[in-house]
Ligand binder design. Sequence first.
Ligand SMILES: NC(=O)c1ccc[n+]([C@@H]2O[C@H](COP(=O)([O-])OP(=O)(O)OC[C@H]3O[C@@H](n4cnc5c(N)ncnc54)[C@H](OP(=O)(O)O)[C@@H]3O)[C@@H](O)[C@H]2O)c1
Length: 324
Amino acid sequence: MQAIIIIQPGAPEVLQLQQRPMPAPAPHEILIRVKAAGVNRPDVFQRRGGYPPPLGVPADIPGLEVAGVVESVGTEVTRWQQGDAVCALLGGGGYAEFVVVDARHCLPVPLGWSFTEAASLPETVFTVWHNVFQRGALQSGESFLVHGGSSGIGITAIQLAKAFGARVFTTAGSPEKCVRCEELGAERAINYKTEDFAEVLKAEGVDVILDMVGGEYTHKNLNLLHPDGRLVFINAMKGAPAEFNIQHLMRNRLTITGSTLRPRSAQFKADLAAAILENVWPVLERRKFVPVIYQEFPLTEAAQAHALMESSEHIGKIVLKVEA
Ligand SMILES: NC(=O)c1ccc[n+]([C@@H]2O[C@H](COP(=O)([O-])OP(=O)(O)OC[C@H]3O[C@@H](n4cnc5c(N)ncnc54)[C@H](OP(=O)(O)O)[C@@H]3O)[C@@H](O)[C@H]2O)c1
């Protein structure tokens, strides 16, 4: 099969198409003929030499999510059959014509969704459901701030939070991005390059914040939270070290938490997939959540897809189309 290999850590050009042996499914796995693969920021970190994949997944083929057709199933798999249309969360290996995955980490392609649209879902939906709704415990009627609203994570968080009855605020880096975030359900999108979100939201405050920025945002985030508020980290692109006032934390009973999805156990991801099938899939199928695909590239142009992601011009998801 053909796959995109990271030939060495570096710039997007280190992503090159090569031949690889076809993977074979273990008893609990399925083999997917990939139709589309989502591109995520963690793929960029992996390409540059950070964010190593967990044991058991191809170390040099990036790709955390795909959609495609079941080609064959392992001997213990009863849930899926050859020909089923699925999307899947992967530990890696998605930028390829075929990939094997734990059968429990797959979900059906939502009714009415294309393979490209379905490939844009797993990484962000798994991340957002766990961090915003499980760790952050966002409730209907609460208010929610997500930074980076035009990112793949952002467009997912805005739409799910809105669909579950929260008031949504966000930050994004241009007027166009802010308009799109408001079309997707944000009550107010703040252009962080021209406005200070801490000033804009000072009077309002929020109950839950999803942050991937860190740095100087941490202090501002903590000051915006209502009593019993929750701050959830999924990255710290502007710096991980933080200093905060423990008295403020105690007085307001704040919770600071965070997580990384990729190294979690197979059982954790299976349980998360089951929760998402029950809670999120009906929202997708009712089209209370729309896919936001910024650009699709052929698999051979994975380097261009990464260059686009690094430019941060995109709004929503970048997807690779795979023709096996
Ligand atoms: N922990 C986990 O399990 C997990 C899983 C998946 C993703 N992530 C993280 O989630 C983030 C988003 O991932 P993605 O794949 O959706 O990537 P992406 O589309 O490239 O998103 C990166 C976003 O960060 C925003 N940003 C940068 N500086 C900012 C600032 N000062 N204020 C507000 N926003 C800022 C960018 O906004 P502009 O373009 O408008 O500047 C962009 O929307 C990444 O940091 C990724 O590592 C974590």
